[in-house]
Design a protein around this ligand. Structure first.
Ligand SMILES: Nc1ncnc2c1ncn2[C@@H]1O[C@H](COP(=O)(O)OP(=O)(O)OP(=O)(O)O)[C@@H](O)[C@H]1O
Length: 258
């Protein structure tokens, strides 16, 4: 049986390798400020944001997607990122929110078509064909109601729906949440392949070890502030990660501090 992640995702000319730069980012809910003065960048490739529950990871993605008000400067390929969600999507940023947010009473095909709502009509068929090529199981399941699919399959639909807008930057909020280990691996492999095909990926993950194994770079967010950053392989060996997230005794001088 073919796995989801065995397809190539070679998009050639669509590869756009977006670069996001964030300075002094603040965001919160009313008077409750969750994020303060964040400085980071998301380079082409796959970047993961790690951190404990309540650290502000989801708030960070929502702020970048215009769902939570933000302050500070956000540049996508040197152009200021708009603040309204529809304009953000038009500028090439897509978010797969935690919990997938599919329409369960609609078919897979209908869910995918909704992902192309901002794509010019003439391009929609091409986008759909590309997405069906990248996620061949969805072609087989096109007429199935999304709500009747397994958790892993629904997550695939959610990612595929986001890819319908041909984003330059794809943001994934805990894509592996609640999935069986094999599906976690497939999901992370898909994220890797999307990044390799030229869409910059920013992913929030609780699955620290597996996420760092597929990512290029990582950031650790704690209580609304970035406490570590670096190359994924180095972060995986750093004391901050090993002690807090991997349950290991770290050696000295290994921490990668931001
Ligand atoms: N809609 C909201 N209104 C008020 N406070 C909120 C809202 N959403 C989140 N918060 C608060 O903001 C803080 C950060 O939450 P956030 O969901 O961003 O964290 P997280 O790192 O994504 O955590 P988790 O891993 O549990 O999803 C928490 O204290 C949370 O209670």
């Amino acid at each position: 049986m073919m796995h989801w992640s065995e397809r190539p995702f070679v998009h050639g000319s669509q590869a756009r390798h977006a670069h996001l730069r964030v300075r002094g980012l603040g965001a919160g809910y009313g008077a409750f400020l969750v994020l303060r003065g964040l400085e980071f960048e998301v380079r082409p490739g796959l970047t993961v944001i790690l951190g404990p529950n309540g650290a502000g990871k989801t708030t960070l993605l929502r702020a970048l997607n215009g769902l939570v008000q933000r302050t500070g400067e956000v540049l996508l390929d040197d152009a200021p990122l708009p603040t309204r969600t529809d304009a953000i999507v038009r500028s090439g940023v897509a978010l797969v929110a935690e919990g997938r947010q599919l329409f369960p009473q609609m078919t897979v095909l209908e869910n995918l078509e909704l992902g192309g709502w901002l794509v010019p009509k003439a391009e929609r068929a091409t986008r759909l064909e590309q997405v069906m090529n990248d996620f061949p199981k969805l072609r087989e399941r096109a007429r199935q109601l999304a709500g009747t699919m397994s958790g892993g399959e629904q997550q695939m639909v959610a990612v595929a729906r986001a890819m319908m807008s041909a984003p330059r930057l794809l943001m994934l909020d805990e894509p592996s949440l609640g999935l069986a280990p094999r599906m976690v691996d497939e999901l992370l492999a898909i994220a890797r392949r999307i990044a390799d095909a030229g869409t910059t990926v920013l992913m929030v993950e609780q699955n620290v070890k597996k996420a760092l194994a597929v990512a290029d770079r990582g950031y650790v967010l704690e209580r609304g502030a970035l406490v570590a950053s670096g190359h994924a392989k180095l972060l995986a060996r750093s004391s901050v990660i090993r002690e807090a997230y991997l349950g290991a005794q770290a050696g000295k001088n290994e921490s990668v501090r931001a």
